[in-house]
Design a protein around this ligand. Structure first.
Ligand code: CAA
Length: 263
């Protein structure tokens, strides 16, 4: 699906059952243009159905993961076209939040605005030592419009979320780790390797169990505790009937390595 002008590179790493998506538009710090979003969405739709792939890693080329919405494109926005097209919700982020396979953001540099919102829709964020995270929209007379206000608070808590959203000031990788935005911080040259290693680890496990686990965890953002627990237990009960659960338990008891069949 990669044409000569594609800006999102797709690499299928079949040996580790992982797809690597790289945003390659360094001249604009990987600002999220319509083209980048439609390529990302098209890749994700294909990858969801691709049996070779169990996990996905997303990263950026150069000194940014992504500097957010493409401001050259955004400057032409007017209320009617944005409203009737549901600019961000429907066109941009329609695939990622419900993508069933694990997706790891390897944040290699600036991760701003829509770029941070993209990372927040991924399942795990790994940060390079030189990553910078921010929601600078307020400096443009706007505020985060693609999940930023709703998702960041669940990661960093209200005080830090408000500080970031109201001041637009960025935080560095260590602060992102401290506030649980990233799960670990790595030297720049080890970031991708760490992301692929994690993807490989997850990729070896039962695809069914991994997808169900991801859905159950994400459900906690939508539901109260008792509803979430009901969902969890019904998913858990269903999983006990899968071939993979039988394989996994039997392998443990006979001290063998489980060979999952993903059903
Ligand atoms: N859109 C379009 N172009 C962008 C861009 C963006 N979001 N961010 C950076 N660029 C371009 C710059 O215009 C510049 O282009 P030229 O070389 O042609 O001048 C190039 O990328 C390099 O950028 P800088 O010279 O600014 O690089 P820097 O290292 O000095 O600064 C930065 C890096 C701090 C990330 C700075 O570029 C910056 O603040 N960018 C804007 C970030 C921003 O406001 N993002 C929010 C967008 S709104 C949004 O995302 C809405 C939403 O919620 C969905």
């Amino acid at each position: 699906s990669e044409g000569p002008t594609a800006v999102v590179q797709l690499e299928i790493k079949e040996d580790i059952r992982t797809a690597l998506l790289t945003i390659n538009s360094p001249k604009t710090l990987n600002a999220l243009s319509e083209q980048i979003w439609s390529e990302l969405n098209a890749h994700l739709l294909n990858l969801e159905k691709d049996d070779r792939i169990n996990s996905v890693v997303v990263t950026g080329v150069g000194k940014a993961f992504s500097a957010g919405a493409d401001l050259n494109q955004m400057k032409t926005n007017k209320f009617p076209n944005v409203y009737f097209n549901d600019y961000f919700e429907r066109d941009w982020y329609k695939i990622l939040p419900s993508f069933r396979k694990p997706i790891i953001a390897a944040v290699n540099g600036y991760c701003f605005g829509g770029g941070l919102e993209l990372a927040l829709m991924c399942d795990v964020i790994l940060a390079s030592e030189n990553a910078k995270f921010g929601l600078p929209e307020i400096k443009l007379g706007l505020f985060p419009g693609a999940g930023g206000t709703q998702r960041i608070i669940r990661q960093v808590g209200k005080s830090k979320a408000m500080e970031m959203i109201l001041s637009g000031e960025m935080i560095d990788a260590q602060e992102a780790l401290h506030f649980k935005l990233a799960s670990s911080v790595l030297p720049p040259d080890q970031l991708l390797e760490a992301a692929l290693k994690l993807a490989k680890k997850i990729g070896k496990l039962s695809k069914v169990a991994v997808a169900a686990a991801k859905m159950a965890v994400n459900y906690s953002a939508e539901a109260g505790l008792s509803e979430g627990m009901r969902y969890e237990s019904s998913m858990f009960n269903s999983l006990t009937g899968t071939k993979d659960a039988k394989i996994g338990v039997e392998a443990f008891l006979s001290k063998q390595k489980a060979k999952f069949v993903h059903s």
